[in-house]
Design a protein around this ligand. Structure first.
Ligand code: PXP
Length: 248
């Protein structure tokens, strides 16, 4: 099977920086270190409330790295303007609620299809690969293909939570949903990514889904980096992904 890309989300380096209000740790340094350690892309989420990544971070990361930047954002007019100025390789549209701790669910593309069609087109026209972060639900996948997205990122949070909590049957059922969704999306001509909540314990079955060409992983890698350093934390994730692909 083809090598799967690893996108590293560096938001939580900014979370730690913002806890003290100064300049360190610097998310640009983390992005460059992840790039040097073999990341295939850098993902950063400019949230409406700027709780971690800020506008200046996004511009500085885009300037500094040579690998693709995946700009995660809500589908708002403000973010469309910033993305247009930043010109990232990819834009990943996610739902956002101010009170949530992290991106809790997928986009309801089916309910918002008309608006999203008009939102996706100019971003795609400027050359960005537009991705929609969705649950592995046949209706949402079909809608994603209708609104003109090039990519879907399947939300792996429910699966990863079930693995972390030892709920084996739930994990198995959720994994089946992700496998079916990846096949459906691929058959519709969409590129398939996956992400959210992935750890060393949950990555292998996800890395083994043949249609999934990219995983986006953040919180766990940044947390693990505290103990073993970012290059080593990332290298271990890379090793698990490569092993899963070879075993297929
Ligand atoms: N993919 C998307 C679309 C996300 O919103 C996030 C979280 O910002 C991730 C991947 C990474 O999730 P985590 O930080 O849990 O690895």
């Amino acid at each position: 099977m083809d090598r799967q890309r690893l996108g590293v989300n560096i938001d939580h380096v900014a979370t730690i920086r913002n806890a003290r209000g100064g300049d360190t740790p610097d998310p640009v340094r983390a992005a460059l270190m992840a790039q040097a350690a073999g990341a295939d892309g850098i993902t950063a989420h400019l949230r409406e409330d700027r709780r971690h990544i800020r506008d200046a971070d996004m511009a500085a990361i885009a300037d500094a790295i040579d690998i693709p930047l995946n700009f995660e954002m809500a589908a708002t007019e403000e973010m469309a303007r910033i993305a247009t100025a930043t010109k990232p390789h990819a834009v990943c549209l996610v739902p956002e609620r101010r009170e949530e701790r992290t991106t809790e669910g997928g986009l309801d593309v089916a309910a918002d299809a008309n608006r999203l069609t008009g939102y996706v087109a100019p971003l795609a026209d400027m050359g960005a690969r537009v991705s929609l972060f969705i649950a592995s639900d046949p209706r949402q996948i079909e809608a994603a293909s209708r609104v003109g997205a090039a990519v879907v990122e399947l939300h792996t949070g429910t699966y990863c939570d079930a693995v972390a909590e030892g709920r084996t049957d739930d994990a198995e059922a959720e994994l089946e949903r992700l496998i079916a969704g990846a096949a459906q999306a691929h058959d519709l001509g969409l590129e398939v990514h996956a992400g959210h909540g992935i750890t060393y314990d949950s990555v292998t079955p996800l890395a083994a889904i043949p249609q999934v060409v990219e995983l986006n992983i953040g919180h766990f890698i940044i947390g693990e980096a505290v103990f073993r350093g970012l290059p080593d934390a990332l290298a271990e994730m890379r090793r698990l992904m490569d092993t899963a692909r070879v075993q297929m």
